[in-house]
Design a protein around this ligand. Structure first.
Ligand code: PNW
Length: 492
């Protein structure tokens, strides 16, 4: 073979190798759920009420189909079937959350529910028996109602309350749970709750989001430090917080600056204090809030300042970066008074969110498909925070419940392909991927009509039968081959 031929041959080989669809060895695949969305058993044993129990029970109109999570998937009783599904899928891990009022009915550690404690023990042991790693979220929106009565996330004491709860959970389960998420999507707990008043605890208050923002960061930092100081030396686990990020990109060249501000507002407020080298609020945003607050007549910034000590206390409180991502928006300078309200509630700046005409809509209003968004999001994180390990802790597609769910298969395929490009081309350290959700569940104010499940759950059946969709078979194949390059999936 001539040298030229050899070179061409090597080039082709190289291209094929770089372009293949395999995930790196050791890449982790899993699926997720959360306590209120699946457990049911809202009053089993001595469990106390969460804000979601309390609100949905007092006003059925809160949820689109008038339903609530009283029974949900009944996973409190059917957890063995859940583990069996995780096994059928071949998951390396299963991400679930602990219900604070189930484990600690008084919300303070003065009283532990023996049944609550046993339930999570049984679930963890069943997972381990089947070689599936438990990944545990401490807080997925179901605050004890008793703490809401004391102001909930607007009360700065919540940092202590949350850290006390975290300590209890680490001490019960830390011998077997090595990956912890402190808080799921603080932007929802703060911005969505206080700006819209639509989610529990349904307190609409224009000053709530930013106050909650600071408190939630201190609560996370305290819980991270409790683990770091008291448990890490013997258990060697990892702790982080999961942030929801809607990829935001400039609609045109002129909108670049406003897009930067929108990103600082929507993610930076929750990530910069923890993951950046210098800590504290993103500087540009902090200045913008100082100006606006002054103009509005506030005596101090609406974005509550951190003391130097607090900046140091929060900075660096992570062992990896957990990313929840579903969808994207284009950002444009709005006319005065116009505000981008989707989830992030950017009320104080003239910003408009748009979707591209080519992006397909899922079965709920906010959901638009733009696979490249996840790669861009990962790159933004890498560019901002360096070579941090990124764990995708949620990603998935919603539809009306087809069993042959080709759109969901396509979504997973296209998003996972972009994750692969981020790993291989952009050299991002993505270490794991989590499908939301393992099964249909209570989709908050959308009730049971919006389906995210790899498994269908029959909510008309008292047995809550679970059946795999086509996407379950697809995902199991991806996991089995550690690749998107799989033999054609068989039709169900
Ligand atoms: C997440 N967005 O919420 C939650 O963690 C889950 O409990 C929920 O069931 C799932 O996604 C699906 O909705 C989201 O702004 C919050 O794009 C915000 C957004 C997406 C999902």
């Amino acid at each position: 073979m001539s040298i030229k031929r050899v070179l061409v041959f090597c080039l082709v080989l190289g291209v094929c190798w770089c372009g293949n669809l395999d995930f790196p060895p050791g890449f982790k695949f899993g699926a997720a759920t959360s306590a209120y969305q699946i457990e049911g058993a809202w009053n089993a044993s001595d469990k106390h009420l969460s804000v979601w129990d309390f609100d949905t029970q007092s006003d059925p109109k809160m949820v689109r189909d008038g339903n609530n999570g009283d029974t949900a998937c009944d996973s409190y009783n059917l957890y063995k079937r859940d583990v069996e599904m995780a096994k059928e899928l071949g998951l390396h891990f299963y991400r679930f959350s602990i219900s604070w009022p189930r484990l600690m009915p008084a919300s303070f550690p003065i009283r532990i529910s023996e049944d609550g404690k046993r339930y999570y023990n049984d679930l963890i042991d069943e997972l381990l028996k089947n070689n599936i790693e438990p990944i545990v979220t401490l807080y997925h929106w179901d605050l004890p109602q008793r703490l809401q009565n004391l102001g909930g996330w607007a009360n700065p004491l919540i940092a202590d309350w949350f850290a006390d709860y975290a300590r209890v959970a680490y001490s019960f389960y830390g011998d077997r749970v090595k990956t912890w998420i402190t808080i799921n999507e603080p932007i929802v707990i703060c911005d969505v709750v206080y700006n819209t008043g639509l989610l529990a605890p349904r307190v609409q208050h224009e000053d709530g989001a930013l106050i909650c923002n600071k408190n939630v960061l201190l609560a996370h930092a305290k819980a991270w430090r409790v683990y770091d100081e008291e448990f890490k030396p013997k258990y060697h686990g990892k702790v982080s917080m999961a942030n929801q990020m809607v990829w935001l990109e400039a609609a045109s060249k002129e909108d670049e600056d406003i897009a930067i501000l929108a990103r600082e507002h929507s993610y930076g407020r929750y990530t910069h204090p923890v993951f950046s080298r210098e800590g504290g609020w993103p500087a540009k945003l902090e200045r913008a809030y100082a100006d606006i607050s002054k103009k509005q007549g506030y005596l101090r910034s609406k974005l509550p300042a951190f003391t130097k000590k607090e900046i140091e206390y929060i900075r660096g409180t992570y062992d990896f970066l957990a990313l929840n991502h579903y969808t994207s928006r284009k950002v444009r300078k709005g006319s005065p008074g116009e505000s981008a309200t989707l989830f992030t509630g950017i009320y104080d700046f003239d910003i408009k969110f748009e979707v591209d005409e080519s992006w397909k809509n899922g079965s709920t209003s906010w959901f638009y498909v733009y696979p490249e968004g996840i790669r861009k999001q990962i790159n933004w994180l890498k560019q901002q925070y360096g070579d941090v390990e990124i764990f995708i802790t949620e990603n998935g597609y919603c539809d009306d419940g087809d069993m042959v769910d080709d759109n969901r298969v396509e979504y997973y395929k296209d998003y996972l392909k972009q994750v692969l490009l981020a790993i291989k081309e952009d050299k991002a350290k993505v270490i794991g991927y989590t499908a939301w959700s393992m099964m249909d569940n209570f989709e908050w104010i959308d009730g049971y009509q919006t389906k995210f499940g790899l498994y269908k759950v029959d909510f008309d059946d008292p047995e809550r039968t679970r059946t795999p969709r086509k996407s379950a078979k697809f995902y199991a194949d991806v996991i089995k081959h550690n690749s998107l390059d799989i033999p054609e999936s068989q039709e169900l």
